[in-house]
Design a binder for this molecule. Structure first.
Ligand code: ATP
Ligand code: MG
Length: 645
């Protein structure tokens, strides 16, 4: 038995009090399964304020195009703001904003409603109507959330583009969505330096081939920027002068809420479309069931940027619709020092922290004495998202950050799924380091073999989703064929997620990596996640990425790229030691043919490793599309270290 398998039996029961107070109890699984449509209808009526009730729960007469909560009418912004104010919670803090340079601002629900109303009035002035699209290209500042809610209030769809993306990425997204207005800022703070945003917007619009009529500019850094009279307006002026009263309309349950591009980890990003009623229902249900949301007492902090789906569902819509107090932080975890996150947890008494494994591994690398300096006892629940979390990082997160008292919810989901799909219910299940465990109540997933007809064996197979779900994507924007082809053509009436997974003897799900990345070495299927997890469990390694490279003798060969810990020697001996470690830990077949020691790995802005670029390097090809890469110089550095080794 390998070390990795032995660890799978280790579980952590929820603390007694946590289990007793949990919003959702064990019977929920069975109740939901008995009649999943009634279950979702019941959740929706309980959690969402419908202005007009829906009739049919699901219309699936034209698969894969679903309609949920047919005929119902709602306003998502009303659900995030007005209803809390009407219920007497207008004085509750909605957002505690922490800027990277140390500035902070707070908004109560009543204040946030006023800001969103002013912005909605401004957008109306600029000609935005229900059914239009607005592009949002902002840093992580409250105006990003305010802009999204203002669009939702008007029934216009937003398309948020990461502030770190290039003008080309912005331009193609503006054109694809036919956006009429762009909301941006002069710049933002990243690693203490002001970086500029507005010039990228000017560049994106300079070709004259976009439908953009107006650009609304937030002043964040005060840096000098170019100005196009008649097109550009300062947010402070326009929004500042607008009325803070705005009567909202109610829209159909299937009215578009947003278009958002996937992270681009496996290829060209896809423009995913989400609508309102089903999306809000499942996002709210996951707040209640997975995050065990207690709006009166919790302080929620999701560290994701609003530029990816985690920021949409668990910064903007989920926490606010649930009436939570949350923290929003603009910058990086190590500015101005490596304890910044923990300082913020202490300052705001954060109870629920939601972060990506890559960030957790980075904090591990900095050493536990860093978080050790802060009071983290307010925390009661931790979450992980974005990639498989290796057991080593899970245990560190549990012990050092969670003080062994906080359950960890490892949440598997995608831009396409809109909300959590697979995650433990923290008050019900005993959690297992490295496993996302089970679909949430109301969701049905399977792990199947290549034919799709049989359950996969112990070596794993393909993850599929059996039934429509409320927050499912409604399509790829303007491309119904790609929608069908990408997700629904492999198996009939079944959603193909593109991820490899396996179930253990308890039926719990472990993610193995992208199906595209699964390696086939001399006829053995090997998972990237398993080998990476073994590598990072070695004390000399802090980060690892594994790819299968074409090989004459074995079909494919395992090639590993590793970042070593501070003070470890970059030598052929270290590389050899790591090869032997994997061979011993998992088996000789998994032993990497090559281990390249590198100083950085190619990651998306949301922190995912782009293995396809490493595969290009391993196979001596020119590297492919790097548009969504966080730092474009990384690939050159890697090619240099590889050439040298
Ligand atoms: P693209 O689809 O453009 O290649 P992407 O798949 O990285 O990019 P996202 O929608 O941001 O875009 O990411 C979803 C993917 O992230 C999932 O399919 C899965 O591979 C991975 N993922 C997310 N959460 C988890 C998790 N908890 N465990 C394992 N993998 C996860
Ligand atoms: Mg994907």
């Amino acid at each position: 038995m390998t070390e990795t398998t032995a660890e799978q039996t280790e579980t952590f029961a929820p603390p007694e009090q946590f289990a007793a107070d949990a919003n959702v109890k064990a019977d929920e699984y069975e109740r939901a399964e008995a009649d999943y449509l009634s279950f979702w209808a019941e959740q929706s009526r309980e959690l969402v304020d419908w202005n007009e009730d829906f009739g049919e729960v699901l219309d699936w007469t034209n698969p894969p195009f679903a309609k949920w909560f047919v005929g119902g009418k709602l306003n998502v912004a009303f659900n995030c703001l007005d209803r809390h104010v009407i219920a007497g919670n207008g004085d509750r803090v909605a957002i505690n904003f922490e800027g990277e340079p140390g500035d902070s601002r707070s908004f109560t629900y009543a204040q946030l409603l006023a800001e969103v109303s002013k912005t909605a009035n401004t957008l109306t002035e600029l000609g935005v109507k229900a059914g239009d699209r607005v592009a949002i290209y902002l840093p992580m500042i409250p105006e990003a959330i305010i802009s999204m809610l203002a669009c939702a209030r008007l029934g216009a769809a937003h398309s948020v583009v990461f502030g770190g993306f290039s003008s080309d990425a912005l331009r193609s997204r503006i054109i694809d969505a036919e956006a009429r207005v762009v909301i941006t800022a002069d710049g933002s703070y990243r690693r203490t330096k002001p970086t500029s945003l507005k010039p990228a917007v000017d560049e994106a619009l300079s070709h004259g081939d976009t439908p953009v009529e107006h650009v609304l500019v937030v002043k964040r850094t005060g840096q000098d920027i170019d100005w196009v009279d008649g097109r550009d307006q300062w947010w402070e002026q326009s929004v500042g002068q607008a009325s803070d009263q705005h009567e909202c309309e109610f829209f159909d349950s299937e009215n578009p809420l947003f278009i958002l591009y996937t992270s681009g980890t496996t290829g060209k990003p896809k423009g995913i479309l989400h609508t309102t009623g089903g999306y809000l229902t499942q996002v709210l249900y996951s707040m209640k069931a997975v995050f065990d949301a207690k709006p009166e007492t919790d302080v929620f902090w999701c560290t994701a940027d609003v530029g990816w789906v985690t920021g949409h569902s668990y910064v903007t819509y989920g926490p606010l619709a649930a009436g939570m107090t949350q923290v929003v932080y603009e910058g990086t975890p190590d500015t101005p020092h490596q304890g910044r996150w923990w300082e913020i947890v202490e300052k705001y008494k954060v109870t629920t922290l939601y972060a990506a494994p890559t960030a957790i591994r980075t904090c591990m690398k900095w050493g536990e004495e860093v978080p050790g300096k802060y009071d983290l006892t307010s925390l009661r629940l931790l979450g992980s998202v974005g990639e498989p979390i290796n057991p080593e990082a899970w245990r560190w997160y549990h012990r050092v950050i969670g003080g062994e008292r906080c359950p960890i919810v490892d949440t598997w989901w995608q831009t396409e799924t809109g909300a959590h799909m697979i995650a433990p219910l923290p008050g019900v299940l005993s959690t297992k380091p490295g496993s996302s465990q089970r679909p949430i109540p109301g969701i049905s997933v399977d792990v199947v073999d290549d034919s799709g007809e049989n359950p996969a064996g112990p070596e794993g197979g393909l993850l599929v989703i059996r039934r429509p779900w409320p927050s499912m994507l409604r399509g790829i924007w303007k491309d119904p064929e790609r929608f069908k082809e990408t997700y629904w053509s492999r198996f009939e009436d079944t959603y193909f997620a593109g991820d490899g997974a396996r179930r253990d003897d308890d039926g719990d799900i472990w993610f193995l990596g992208r199906v595209d990345d699964v390696m086939n070495v001399s006829g053995h299927r090997l998972s990237t996640a398993e080998i990476e997890s073994s590598l990072v469990a070695h004390p000399k390694v802090t980060e690892a990425a594994v790819v299968g490279a074409a090989d004459e003798t074995s079909g494919q060969a395992v090639v590993a790229f590793v970042i070593i810990a501070n003070g470890v020697e970059d030598s052929p001996e270290t590389a050899e030691e790591l090869r032997q470690h994997v061979g011993k830990d998992i088996g000789p077949i998994a032993k990497p043919k090559k281990v390249h020691i590198v100083t950085d790995l190619p990651k998306t802005r949301s922190g995912k490793i782009m293995r396809r670029l490493l595969k290009d390097v391993a196979e001596n090809r020119e590297v492919g599309n790097t548009m969504t890469l966080a730092d474009s110089s990384v690939m050159e550095t890697i090619e240099k270290s590889v050439a040298k080794s």
